[in-house]
Write a protein that binds this ligand. Structure first.
Ligand SMILES: *Cc1c(COP(=O)(O)O)cnc(C)c1O
Length: 365
């Protein structure tokens, strides 16, 4: 709670806001924040522990300010001919995006997004005093190249946020949408690809456009597919100039030597870590399939979560009622504030089972 006295001292644009917060409830089945349900495999946990142990004796020293080795490892993981100069890392992709706004947004500047999308994008704008404009989407949550170009011409933003696969709807963007933004906008175009590893086969990444567009930034994270959310490691790939620009605003030594060491150890085992991705995609597809077969409307998903209508048969009821009934059945999903819709994370087969069973219980009166 912020008292009236303190609220009066707050920057005006922050006064009406509530802090970002998915409930962290102690529930048997937690499917509300798109975490990877699988713990780190033993081999990886041991490698991370060893890397941390080796680092501890040097904690009297500041870390490598520029995290060059980690950035080289991330470049190698991404491929596409990228080098460490085109990579930048921070404490989660949230911090990466905040740094982009500090460098390219700020007072008097505007960012354009297409809601519903990641709810942190407007919050990061508020925190950096960047104006936020919602360009909107079609009723089926799609955005076309024409719509994106039209909104960019209308708003003339300094930054454009695209999210692919999009959170909370789950669907990836075709590259012609990204290219329409890049061709129309004069500013930075950020493509948030937090869920890229879960995309359905044949879904292209905006990484393949980097060579042609110096204003393109692709944001990635180790929080989802890599099952590394607790370590806080996000990164971007962009033109070397964008990376140099971001270094003007980053705090010195922002990424601790423990974080850098843990991330590098995890990346050395990327194949093992990513081995859960296929299993999670199977559960994702199963949730989509079963819910549709029971008459629920479900958005196509390229991510590790599924957006679905809370009531079958196109009924537009209050999603909060279904959210509460699922919670009563021991299953926590996410109410993203979209009237009539809920979002569920795809996890283990047992979690899917529990969720699908609990959904049946929501249909009883
Ligand atoms: C989860 C998520 C992130 C990850 O943020 P981190 O700070 O890297 O944990 C970024 N973007 C989107 C769209 C997400 O859903």
């Amino acid at each position: 709670m912020i008292s009236d006295e303190i609220r009066a001292l707050l920057r005006e644009e922050l006064r009406g806001l509530t802090a970002y917060g998915a409930p962290q409830l102690d529930v048997p089945v937690r499917l509300n924040t798109n975490e990877n349900s699988y713990a780190l495999p033993d081999t990886v946990a041991r490698a991370v522990t060893e890397a941390l142990r080796a680092e501890v004796a040097d904690l009297n020293r500041y870390p490598d300010r520029d995290a060059v080795k980690l950035r080289a490892d991330l470049a190698a993981y991404l491929g596409h001919g990228l080098g460490f100069e085109q990579l930048w890392a921070a404490n989660g992709s949230n911090e990466v995006q905040q740094q982009l706004l500090q460098a390219f947004g700020g007072p008097g500047r505007t960012a354009l997004g297409f809601v519903p999308a990641y709810s942190m994008h407007p919050l990061l704008c508020a925190g950096t005093a960047t104006a936020w404009v919602d360009g909107g989407r079609a009723a089926d949550f799609s955005i076309s190249p024409e719509h994106v170009a039209e909104q960019i011409r209308r708003v003339d933003p300094d930054l454009v946020f695209l999210c692919s696969p999009n959170n909370p709807t789950g669907t990836a963007l075709a590259l012609d949408v990204v290219e329409a933004a890049l061709r129309t906008a004069r500013g930075i175009v950020i493509v948030d690809e937090a869920y890229a590893e879960f995309a359905r086969p044949g879904t292209p990444s905006a990484l393949s456009l980097l060579h042609a567009y110096p204003r393109l930034v692709v944001s990635r994270t180790m929080s989802k597919a890599f099952a590394f959310a607790g370590a806080r490691v996000g990164y971007l790939a962009a033109d070397e100039s964008v990376v140099d620009a971001v270094q003007l605003v980053r705090l010195p030594y922002h990424l601790s030597s423990l974080t850098q060491a843990a991330a590098r150890a995890a990346l050395a085992h990327a194949d093992t870590l990513l081995s859960t991705v296929e299993a999670i995609k199977e559960q994702r597809d199963r949730i989509v399939h079963v819910l549709r077969s029971r008459g629920y409307e479900v958005a196509d998903s390229d991510a590790n979560f599924v957006l679905f209508r809370a009531y079958p048969g196109g009924v537009a009821g209050d999603q909060a009622v279904v959210w509460r009934r699922l919670l009563d059945a021991g299953v926590l999903v996410r109410d993203v504030g979209l009237p009539g819709w809920l979002r569920v994370t795809a996890g283990t087969p047992a979690e899917t089972e529990a969720f699908l069973e609990a959904m049946k219980s929501t249909e009883e009166n």
